[in-house]
Design a protein around this ligand. Structure first.
Ligand SMILES: Nc1ncnc2c1ncn2[C@@H]1O[C@H](COP(=O)(O)OP(=O)(O)OP(=O)(O)O)[C@@H](O)[C@H]1O
Length: 231
């Protein structure tokens, strides 16, 4: 699905991402972990053509993401609040996304059904602008919007951050369900090692922009990650 070749991003003379090669197969869920400043967000921004690489390319289904818009039809993503339109209500925002994707009001309601527990009665019909929601609820809105188009590829940056414990568990279960039912390809960055290994069958560790480990998730992965991050 994704082919990253010789990818580099340099800021102020320092390579903050430097990846000779990284392949993400169709149907694979890859967790990206690494300490603050490891380059996770910068990598995701390059995957989504939001930041131009200093060197190298990202291909999605064989197409360079910087040279085509085709990948946008099957890619859902949420990195931060910049993805929202904060002066709209939630319903207006979902309608905007629905119109972009040719979805009816009925489709939207059906596709939001799996979010019922995660929304916890605090997201829909609130009669307020997105900017007036809490950070956690804004994140739920963004993730739901990313999934409205039923994408083949989902890219989420720290989806569990800012969520309360119940919401983290609900989101984790929702992502696991999407994996099981739709074999959705996922790239998820997270500082929550427990949750990310439950959702993803493969974990890559970034350190100072470099890929230092690439492992399949097993019953020993949490221990291995904890050992790695214990300094
Ligand atoms: N626009 C920018 N200009 C200069 N430096 C930048 C810019 N964006 C990111 N960086 C730097 O690139 C490095 C990687 O940052 P990035 O946000 O990708 O890391 P991260 O792994 O997502 O970190 P965190 O876990 O803290 O979110 C950091 O040193 C950061 O300061």
């Amino acid at each position: 699905m994704l082919t990253i070749k010789d990818l580099q991003k340099v800021y102020n003379g320092t390579a903050v991402v430097q990846l000779p090669e990284l392949l993400v197969n169709t149907g694979e869920a890859v967790g990206v972990v690494g300490n603050n400043g490891a380059g996770k967000t910068t990598l995701f921004r390059m995957l989504l053509d939001l930041v131009r690489p200093s060197k190298g390319q990202v291909h999605s289904k064989g197409t360079n993401v910087a040279l085509s818009e085709d990948w946008k039809t099957y890619t859902g993503s949420y990195l931060d609040e910049g993805f929202l339109i904060d002066y709209l209500t939630v319903e207006e925002y979902f309608k905007f996304i629905a119109d972009l994707n040719g979805l009816s009001q009925g489709d939207v309601l059906e596709r939001l059904e799996p979010f019922h527990d995660l929304f916890n009665g605090e997201v829909l019909q609130q009669r307020k602008y997105i900017r007036d929601f809490s950070k956690g609820n804004q994140k739920k809105i963004g993730i739901a919007a990313a999934l409205l188009s039923n994408p083949e590829l989902l890219i989420l940056d720290e989806p569990f951050a800012n969520l309360d414990p119940s919401s983290q568990i609900r989101l984790k279960n929702l992502l696991k369900k999407l994996r099981q039912e739709r074999q959705m390809t996922m790239l998820i960055s997270s500082h929550d090692l427990n949750h990310v290994i439950e959702v993803c069958e493969r974990i890559v560790i970034l350190e100072k922009g470099q890929l230092v480990q690439d492992m399949q998730t097993t019953e020993n992965t949490l221990q291995a990650l904890e050992a790695y991050f214990t300094v």
